[in-house]
Design a protein around this ligand. Structure first.
Ligand code: G1P
Length: 308
């Protein structure tokens, strides 16, 4: 318990990872492999998120899983036999790769029996939070936000201004219908805006701005009470956005850090492939060869399509 209290003082102890989705956009791969275990180069997306969570000092990963997605939790086990076999063969690099997820953070599974929405999934995490945790983070495993330091910035903003702090990203107005969209006012800091309204996936003409929620949330514990009071919203699901809007209406402080870095969407092949190219090019082992291969593929494609 003493350790937990010390961590809470630093800000973030628990990171909630909603991972109960069916991954329909990745069928047929997701018939047997959960979307969160698909690799970026060689590392499953959920391990990248666990690394990010550990890097901000979090100790507990509350993974919201569906009843048939136990493999996601298995990824965080110790695999002693595999380690022993690799060890015996002198494969040190592979040994450390196998051990990494298990050593990063303490994972706890929370089962979501039915897909009732992101708001419902986040609400389930209340049972694993310590009594002294007055806030917690949510990281959506579809969203890779780079550099991964944005959550630490969000924690600084919460320490200054209290309440909940989210990560905002600027997108072209015509893309806003895919996201939770913020209505904001300026603060003294140009990178921080006060949120005065939030709406889930509005029609483009109704979007209050082109600042949208990416998958990083630092939420005040009061969100659980708000989540109990919302009704099904967009798509008939319980939306986290609607609970945040309720907090705003009730005068609770909500701010965004406007993220100027990069973002990858691992939630569909159209975002997953560029993420692999980007991480692959930056990979020491594969980068140089991949660079040449991509140039070759591009040249062939351009010739075929009269683009060169
Ligand atoms: C969720 C949230 C949305 C947010 C988005 C970020 O939507 O409901 O507010 O902008 O993640 O990726 P989803 O993409 O799960 O439909």
């Amino acid at each position: 318990m003493a350790i937990e209290r010390e961590d809470s003082a630093r800000g973030i102890t628990t990171v909630v990872i909603p991972a109960a989705g069916m991954g329909t956009r990745f069928l047929p791969a997701t018939k047997t492999v959960p979307k969160e275990l698909l690799p970026v180069v060689d590392t499953p997306g959920i391990e990248l998120i666990a690394e990010e969570a550990a890097s901000v000092g979090a100790r507990r990963l509350a993974v919201i899983t569906a009843p048939d997605k136990q493999e996601v939790m298995r990824h965080f086990e110790a695999f002693p036999q595999l380690v022993e076999t690799l060890d015996a063969r002198g494969k040190d690099e592979q040994v450390s790769k196998v051990k990494r997820a298990n050593q990063l953070i303490h994972p706890v599974a929370v089962e979501q029996e039915k897909p009732l929405g992101l708001g419902h999934a986040v609400g389930l995490a209340e049972e694993v939070l310590g009594e002294d945790e007055d806030s917690f983070a949510v990281m959506l495993p579809d969203d890779i936000v780079l550099p991964a330091t944005v959550m630490a910035e969000m924690a600084r903003v919460r320490a200054d201004l209290g309440g909940s702090v989210l990560c905002a990203f600027e997108v072209p107005r015509e893309q806003t219908y895919n996201y939770g969209v913020f209505d904001v006012e300026d603060t003294a800091d140009p990178a921080v805006k006060k949120v005065v309204g939030m709406v889930e996936k509005p029609a483009v003409e109704d979007a209050p701005s082109n600042l949208v929620a990416t998958g990083r949330y630092l939420l005040d514990r009061k969100i659980f009470d708000a989540l109990r009071r919302i009704k099904p919203g967009k798509g008939g699901e319980l939306q986290l956005t609607d609970a945040i809007e309720l907090l705003i209406e009730e005068g609770e402080p909500v701010h965004v850090v406007v993220h100027k870095g990069k973002r990858h969407d691992l939630g569909n092949p159209g975002g997953y492939i560029p993420a692999n190219v980007d991480f692959g090019l930056r990979d020491e082992k594969y980068g140089p060869t991949l660079y040449k291969a991509i140039k070759q593929i591009m040249a062939e494609y351009e010739a075929e399509h009269g683009l060169s």
